[in-house]
Design a protein around this ligand. Structure first.
Ligand code: DC
Length: 223
């Protein structure tokens, strides 16, 4: 079974996806981390962010893998071409680079291939922007998770404080979220949008535990 969770940055997708996966005994896949890893590789190889062909090559020629910290069932570690980039992909520099990288059709094609290969191997909660519309249009459960801009910015600041990486300036984070939403929603290749058959959940008005329970109930109904 595939549970697709899409939505803008900071809506709580990662927290919710990981908790749902743990509750149901599913694996989980953070597709945003894959776009971030390609952006990191492009920057470290000196590839220009407007060179679509070179960016596509980076995505095609580097395997992305996930790993576990011992004792943690959630695969939080991220590798590209064998290099660990778990923290390096969460910086403000990558936040800025990832939108142009993820707008390139050949980058998307390469990563969607990898995502389908991974997800088709078992029961997965997959989070991203185009999972219900493009990567797994046949997903048994589709959720589009949103929250107000302000709430999302507050959450992202708290997350950056906890991780010790990324900006902790609220106004900067809010402006960056809005800029990325605009870029992600207006690009021509698989823009951010809810699938017609997705269940819309606004996490501003609900405790995260309620959202997790609601998605687990949708999964139980779909079995
Ligand atoms: O979820 P995130 O903030 O880590 O995602 C990073 C970027 O990757 C975001 O700007 C949008 C892009 N992305 C995408 O285009 N498609 C996906 N399935 C996941 C993320």
């Amino acid at each position: 079974m595939i549970i697709a969770i899409d939505g803008p940055s900071g809506a709580g997708k990662s927290t919710v996806a990981k908790a749902v996966a743990q509750k149901l005994g599913f694996s989980c896949l953070d597709t945003g981390a894959m776009y971030r890893a390609v952006a990191w590789q492009a920057l470290s190889d000196g590839v220009a962010l407007d060179d679509a062909e070179a960016l596509g090559n980076v995505a095609r020629t580097h395997e992305i893998a996930f790993g576990h910290v011992e004792g943690d069932p959630v695969p939080r570690r991220v590798f590209i071409g064998g290099a660990e980039v778990t923290d390096a992909i969460r910086t403000a520099e990558i936040d800025r680079a990832v939108s142009p990288v993820s707008a390139v059709p050949s980058v998307r094609a390469a990563l969607v291939d990898q995502q389908r290969r991974i997800g088709n191997a078992g029961n997965y909660v997959v989070e991203g922007r185009d999972i219900g519309t493009c990567v797994f249009p046949g997903a048994e459960v589709k959720v589009f998770l949103t929250a107000s801009d302000e709430e999302r910015a507050h959450r992202r600041v708290r997350q950056n404080v906890d991780r010790g990486v990324g900006s902790i300036d609220y106004d900067e984070v809010l402006a960056d979220l809005r800029r990325r939403d605009e870029l992600d929603s207006s690009r021509s290749a698989s823009p951010l949008r809810a699938a017609d058959d997705a269940v819309l959940i606004d996490s501003t008005k609900h405790y995260i535990e309620e959202v997790i329970d609601q998605i687990c109930a949708l999964a139980a109904d779909a079995r």
